[in-house]
Design a protein around this ligand. Sequence first.
Ligand code: AMP
Length: 297
Amino acid sequence: MEVVETIEALNSALDRLPKPFGVVLTMGALHAGHIALVEQAIEVKASGGSVISTIFVNPTQFGPQEDLSAYPRALEGDLARFKAAGVDLVFTPPPNVMYPAGFQTTVEVGEVSQGLEGSRRPGHFKGVATVVTKLLNLTRADTTYFGQKDAQQVAVIKRMVRDLNMRTNIAVIPTVRESDGLAMSSRNRYLSDYQRRAAGVISRALKAAGEMYEQGERLPKALRLTVQRVLIAEPLVEMDYVSAADARTLQELHEASDAPILLSLAVRVGQTRLLDNCLLPLSLNNRADLTTTLGAG
Ligand code: AMP
């Protein structure tokens, strides 16, 4: 496995590696969720291709009050994990390689980036769309693998790729969870033992609403209320939002509907902000259906 930090070294490595390129973009502090993306990307090897990963904590997607300086960094361990998983090339650019003096271009996606996380984190998706554009150009991605956990990010990137005629395919990989259901996240390591135990309520809340849906409940408000009721029972978990949106457009739903639903939430546990979601019906939470449904509208 080769590790490169500069654009020149990246280009010379890519010129040598066989195509197609399967790409996994990360901010490092790797966990089994990231490795699941790599395990899916390994499929490019069946057609003679190569797996490329990036580790870059992108400053422009963090707000001024957010955890950029505290964001966990664990480069040595990350490289060992990527190597063991079969990655061929890792690009770990320092910030000045991505944003040299004079940098002044950004990518802004419209409506789909404005609700949910977009309304709580102004500028976040502008930072994400810009850095993802750069990284997909740089890595010459044929297929890029994204996690369901950041569902709105998937919808924003899909919209951008369609609107700007970018040539990568997008694959969406189901959320990998801890044994109590907590979605894996680099930010979970901020949690104290008490907080970590309390955070188990997040996936239980989604599950409770998922079961109601499976029993026939179609009113978005009832589904949101169920999630809220379960969350409220855990005093260490502070609700930010609970949403039941059309999974294709991410527009909030108000009427009973048979459209696929993205049930999503953000909470705070102490200082740590955590996200989770599921698609309804629950049978859609697999790679093929996530890839065709989430953000497809
Ligand atoms: P991050 O390093 O948090 O920016 O995440 C890099 C990629 O890994 C994104 O596409 C995430 O959606 C994905 N990812 C993060 N956590 C998980 C998880 N628990 N399961 C699956 N994918 C994940």
